[in-house]
Design a protein around this ligand. Structure first.
Ligand code: FAD
Length: 475
């Protein structure tokens, strides 16, 4: 593939082109296990520049991989066919905030926390709030349909996106969606873009629905000696009609990880459930919290602590917030890999799913933890293993297959929020077998030359270990 660097420099200027080997290496990875080398990294500053780059790439059949911050965990932003990595760092402006319409318009490269900081003086917030909000961009979140701890109440990104401007594969700019909360009929192409991982169009601007910051917020934490009891408490909280603004589970491996690496002093039990309520009336928040507390007690939850105080709340939630970092240091020689790392199962299967994950890990000689935004049905795991050993990868691959076979058997889904990319594609393709032909037809219609993030999701290789490069030096 020959790329005309002079042409690209003419579009974005010399300073916005990166092609030394160190840059290409860094931009060849995200937070997944995969790695590849981009041919060039290009940083556009305007929509017109994005259009010109994509138009050129389409004419020359050069792959274009949009990139926010590279925090995706499934290899979504890894340029496996090389080509142009389109880095959105320079397109991070807030275009307007319209409190009366409860919306804002922003560029795709804006970081989530930066947006929420700017919204605070207006008493508003943008709800999806993934744990990676310090780095994740609005474009990356839309392309992944990201969600987070408060999605149980406020929904995923799809529920907070009203519209967007998208550059299509031929370089045309289209305005999708509207400035209204409802838009009833016809094909909703903006919704199709959400979760499309840069394979159908390049998002350059977004119109986002905002929520008022609740006046009161109270968090609770309960300990459970048995994982099943924690699962039953979660199912009952949801089925009872309670309205948690957060409902999280941590298993014993997660608890041990934060205790040993961060000295958190969490109770050494089989499971911890964290719950939260928020709102503008304190009595209503009190009622919600007490209701959830009683359900936890009914299912043998103990040591229950609750607090409205920001400092105390931060302390109660700290273990969960720092879990990913803690897992990375769980045991000397084990690395924390994002494999089979997120899925969703029906509420009644939460505890069973966590136990299955432990059982599968043991059988395949790897360590796996179970935790997640269980209020939304979302379960996370990570595989802790020695990534330099070939047999550990074989065990990990078997474990991933077995986890997803189980998830499918209970009517769950491969991807709750972390995207599909490369590592989750084989399982996702099995799950979507009935609609794969439609999905491929949509991709063909919108990107006939297959230049937008090619060989991802439905077109990704079936064996993610042998068909892609790994970030680790395997013996
Ligand atoms: C510690 C940690 C915690 C995390 N916690 C969560 C969590 O709680 N919830 C959650 O949902 N995710 C979580 N993630 C995963 C990740 O942060 C999200 O998927 C996030 O939305 C990715 O944003 P990004 O800007 O880093 O995108 P990138 O990783 O750069 O890109 C991801 C995908 O989006 C596409 N893309 C990026 N920008 C555009 C654009 N402008 N137009 C079209 N396509 C684009 C890319 O091509 C790629 O396919 C976590 C990750 C880490 C490392």
């Amino acid at each position: 593939m020959k790329i005309d660097l002079e042409k690209l420099k003419g579009i974005v200027g010399q300073d916005n082109i990166k092609n030394d080997i160190a840059d290409l290496y860094v931009y060849g990875s995200d937070s997944s296990v995969h790695n590849a080398l981009a041919s060039v990294v290009v940083r556009p500053t305007t929509i017109e520049q994005v259009q010109a780059i994509v138009r050129y790439a389409n004419a020359e059949l050069i792959p274009v991989v949009a990139r926010g911050s590279g925090s995706g965990m499934s290899g979504q932003a890894v340029p496996i066919d090389g080509g142009i990595v389109l880095d959105f760092k320079n397109m991070n402006r807030i275009i307007e905030i319209r409190p009366a319409d409860m919306l804002c318009k922003v560029e795709a490269g804006l970081v989530d926390d930066d947006l929420n900081r700017a919204l605070k003086p207006y008493g508003l917030f943008y709800p999806p709030l993934p744990a990676s909000s310090r780095v994740a961009t609005i474009g990356g979140e839309i392309a992944n349909n990201a969600s987070g701890i408060r999605s149980v109440k406020y929904g995923a990104t799809r529920d907070s996106v009203l519209g967007m401007k998208v550059v299509l594969a031929n370089g045309d700019l289209v305005n999708l969606g509207s400035n209204t909360k409802v838009e009833a009929s016809g094909y909703q192409i903006d919704r199709l873009m959400v979760g499309s991982e840069g394979t159908l169009g390049i998002i350059v601007e977004a119109t986002l629905l905002l929520k008022p910051i609740p006046k009161f917020r109270c968090i609770g934490r309960a300990s459970f000696d048995k994982l099943e009891d924690a699962g039953e408490a979660i199912s009952e909280i949801i089925a009872s009609g309670a309205s948690p603004s957060m409902l999280e589970l941590m298993d014993n491996i997660a608890i041990t990880a934060v205790n040993t690496t961060l000295n958190m002093g969490l109770p050494d039990v089989e499971a911890i459930v964290m719950f939260e309520a928020d709102g503008k009336v304190k009595e209503a928040v009190d009622a919600e919290i007490n209701f959830m507390k009683e359900i936890c007690e009914k299912h043998s939850g103990s040591d229950i602590e609750t607090s409205y105080d920001l400092k105390e709340r931060t302390k109660l939630f700290a273990g969960r917030k720092k879990l990913f970092a803690a897992l990375s240091r769980y045991k000397e020689g084990l690395s924390c890999t994002s494999l089979a790392d997120d899925m969703a199962v029906p509420y009644s299967k939460m505890a069973e799913c966590a136990s299955k994950i432990h059982e599968i890990a043991k059988r395949n000689n790897v360590v796996m933890t179970a935790y997640g935004h269980c209020g939304s049905g979302c379960m996370h795991t990570k595989i802790l293993m020695d990534p330099t050993k070939k047999e550990q990868w074989e065990g990990a691959k078997r474990a991933v297959d077995e986890v997803y076979d189980y998830v499918r058997s209970v009517g769950g889904t491969t991807s709750a929020e972390h995207g599909i990319g490369l590592s989750k594609a084989p399982a996702w393709k099995k799950e979507k077998a009935d609609s794969l032909a439609i999905i491929k037809a949509i991709k063909k219609a919108l990107d006939p030359n297959n230049i937008l993030n090619p060989h991802k999701i439905q077109d990704a290789p079936d064996d993610w270990i042998t068909a892609t490069k790994l970030r680790y030096p395997v013996e």
